[in-house]
Design a binder for this molecule. Structure first.
Ligand SMILES: [Zn+2]
Length: 95
């Protein structure tokens, strides 16, 4: 299956997980995730970016994207800090 990003992720490791990622001045974070597929992570980048912007306008200048995390590292990262806010905003949008 080809992902919306154009890549074929079928060769990714079985336990790979995907996160919405953010970077700024050498610091990085994984505010949303884990997702089972890259497509799901990609689809949430804009929504996460908007939530972060409402919390802190400086995040407008951060680099937003996605990241793949392999194996146990995904479990160690735990859920993204904005997962809950993302869920709430989605429920609100659905009315
Ligand atoms: Zn992809």
């Amino acid at each position: 299956m080809i992902c919306p990003c154009g890549a074929d992720h079928s060769a990714d490791a079985e336990g790979s997980r995907y996160f919405v990622s953010v970077r700024d001045a050498g610091r990085s974070g994984f505010p949303a995730g884990p997702y089972a597929t890259h497509a799901e992570a990609l689809a949430d980048v804009e929504a996460v970016r908007e939530i972060a912007y409402r919390l802190d306008g400086m995040t407008h200048f951060f680099e937003w994207g996605t990241a793949r995390v392999d194996g146990d590292a995904a479990a160690k990262l735990g859920p993204g800090k904005l997962n809950e806010a993302l869920k709430v905003s989605r429920e609100r949008a659905e009315g």
